[in-house]
Design a protein around this ligand. Structure first.
Ligand code: AMP
Length: 617
């Protein structure tokens, strides 16, 4: 098993002193940090803050701006300004449809099962591409500071992120020209920043309370022999400092007899009052009263009023803490350390309430906005081999995955995963009545299997005939400590099962592995474009198939004009599918979808009506 580190520029095995950066890719803000003279430091920008707002703006000419400048466009150009993209990472439209109204930009919904896309004018972006823009900005920032190129990173994600979300984060890194050596849980990074792993030889239990601008997470970790394990997580993805601001605005609306309609209709007033509320909140973290004039009217609030307004919100976070403790099977006295993360933990009542709840003084000496990035930099330093006495675990040197439709590589065990490990994913068939499924196993980092190394293949036979998309086929990869990979395929409706064992996956020299990694980063941009095109084509072919079924089945219900228009849109989509412009395919899919959705609803109503005829309800 290898512990390798590659110099991307030269395609060589890296020397030990190569710098690896730590990145906190956040929902609201992102940061980059590194180790200098054994100290973790977050890199600051012109405004002396290390925070880069996780916001991407596209101007009329298609230029991309990230960070503070993009944030200014949130009000003036919301359609072309993308925020909170982290909430969409690795998610399908089905996953986000309940919260869609929260986003000021357009999320595309033509296929509820596939990953979401975001429409900006006539271009379509994946959350991976947008996150890559944020990562590029961070990469630029640190390269400017250090006056040298960096190419390797550790990126943090929430402890509750699933495989798809973690893989999406890795892919974003690759697209930004970064070799992502490790994805680290945010609470683990925060614990590393406080050096909790160095305090004692004995097992430690840690509660990490993370209250940011828009999200809240509580994670309970166990640290033993240098390894962090997540025992439980809980939280609320729509609770944070923004809600503290909102309750202050509501208070002023009442106190100053402001017509609530004014907040909706007068955008500049609502923005002004919201920003004043945030200033009030920040100021009340250190003072007892706040007062400011907005358009000649005095707006004031004192600390005890503020505390009573936010009390119910803090209580919600405590309920989450209770739930997490219950899931972890622990009582509050089992907790050895409490770590505070996120700007909103600066509010004294938050700190006091959490300290009371766990019956412990909280760790709050580090900047709560920076603590995750600082921990990521420390983890990076460990990986670079700069920290003595820390054991590096054996990891998989290259990603392992299978071939999916169109010759794409679907990674199941990402590179640098600790071994032994086990991971699986569900697939289905693409043809009606399909009885056999070929499972081809590959190793490598490229998006197309033709560029990766084939390890073996087998056929799952005897799937009972079903319509395409109905069988549930679970593919499991089990990698043991000796590097032997077992791949199992099982159709879950019928229990049909096959497996193979692959022993030769490490038959590559370190140079060969280095070359494969180097190529994957060099080709990340074109690989991603090819993947996007192939995925758009696959989706379009599915839609073409269902549209033609729909037309034949519902001819009687549709008017001539509707049939004609649908055929026209189908033709337009067929034309784009044979081309190479993924945005054109996406646009044609959306046009067809938009036109046929109401027709499909009508057809459904008529068909249900028919089925009910003669039946008593
Ligand atoms: P984060 O997402 O971790 O960057 O947290 C940002 C949130 O922290 C925003 O809601 C800020 O208004 C809030 N925040 C930053 N500084 C303070 C402070 N001194 N007191 C209270 N809230 C703060």
């Amino acid at each position: 098993m290898a512990k390798i580190s590659i110099n991307i520029k030269e395609g060589k095995i890296a020397d030990q002193s190569d710098l690896i950066i730590g990145i906190d890719l956040g929902t609201t803000n992102s940061l980059v940090a590194y180790i200098k003279d054994e100290q973790a430091i977050a890199v600051k920008g012109k405004n002396k803050s290390a925070l880069v707002p996780s916001i991407v703006h596209f101007d009329a000419n298609g230029n991309i701006i990230v960070g503070d400048e993009a944030k200014e466009k949130l009000i003036s150009d919301p359609q072309n300004t993308i925020y909170s993209v982290k909430r969409l990472m690795g998610k399908s439209y089905k996953d986000v449809q309940n919260v869609e109204q929260y986003f000021g930009y357009q999320i595309i919904d033509e296929d509820t099962e596939s990953l979401v896309k975001i429409r900006v004018a006539d271009r379509f972006f994946t959350p991976i591409e947008l996150s890559a823009e944020i990562l590029k900005e961070l990469k630029n920032r640190i390269e400017k500071e250090l006056k040298k190129e960096v190419s390797k990173a550790v990126i943090t994600v929430p402890a509750y992120f699933n495989d798809a979300q973690r893989q999406a984060t890795r892919d974003a890194g690759k697209l930004a020209g970064l070799d992502v050596l490790r994805i680290v849980n945010e609470p683990t990074a925060a614990s590393l920043a406080y050096g909790i792993d160095k305090l004692s030889e004995e097992a430690q239990t840690i509660a990490v309370y993370d209250l940011g601008g828009g999200t809240f997470d509580i994670s309970i970790l166990q640290l033993q022999d240098g390894i962090f394990e997540v025992l439980a997580t809980n939280g609320d993805t729509f609770l944070g400092g923004d809600d503290f601001d909102r309750v202050i605005v509501d208070y002023w609306v009442q106190e100053n007899n402001i017509d609530p309609k004014k907040l909706v209709e007068d955008k500049s007033f609502s923005q002004a009052i919201r920003l004043a509320a945030e200033r009030a909140k920040v100021s009340l973290s250190s003072k007892n009263t706040f007062e400011e004039n907005i358009r000649g009217v005095k707006h004031s609030i004192n600390k005890s009023t503020f505390n009573s307004l936010i009390q119910p919100l803090i209580q919600q976070t405590i309920q989450s803490c209770q739930a997490a403790m219950k899931d972890a099977n622990l009582t509050n006295s089992d907790i050895d350390h409490v770590v505070m993360v996120g700007g909103s933990t600066r509010v004294p009542l938050v700190k006091d309430s959490i300290s009371d709840f766990f019956g412990k003084t909280v760790n709050d000496s580090l900047n709560p906005d920076e603590v995750v990035a600082l921990g990521a930099a420390i983890q990076a330093d460990v990986l670079a081999g700069n920290q003595k006495n820390i054991l590096l675990l054996d990891v998989t040197p290259l990603s392992l995955g299978i071939e999916t439709v169109g010759g794409l590589m679907d990674t199941i065990i990402p590179r640098n995963s600790k071994v032994p490990t086990k991971a699986g994913r569900q697939y289905t068939t693409s043809v009606d009545g399909q009885k056999n499924l070929k499972v081809a196993v590959y190793q490598g980092e490229r998006d197309l299997i033709e560029h990766n190394r084939k390890l073996g293949e087998f056929i799952l036979r005897g799937i009972p005939p079903m319509p395409a998309g109905l069988p549930k086929i679970e593919i499991q990869f089990i990698l043991n400590a000796d590097g032997i990979l077992k791949v199992k395929a099982k159709e879950l409706r019928s229990d049909v099962e096959t497996e193979i064992e692959i022993r030769s996956q490490y038959g590559l020299s370190e140079e060969e592995m280095g070359k494969m990694l180097l190529e994957s980063i060099q080709h990340a941009q074109s690989d991603m474009a090819t993947r996007a095109l192939l995925e758009a084509r696959n989706e379009a072919n599915n839609i073409l198939l269902s549209s033609s079924k729909f037309l034949t089945q519902n001819e009687a219900i549709l008017s001539q004009e509707e049939i004609h228009k649908t055929i026209q849109l189908v033709k337009a989509l067929e034309d784009t599918v044979s081309g190479t412009d993924k945005d054109a395919i996406n646009k044609a899919m959306e046009d067809l979808n938009e036109y046929t959705t109401p027709l499909a609803h009508r057809a459904m109503d008529v068909n249900i009506g028919k089925a009910m005829q003669g039946k008593k309800v």
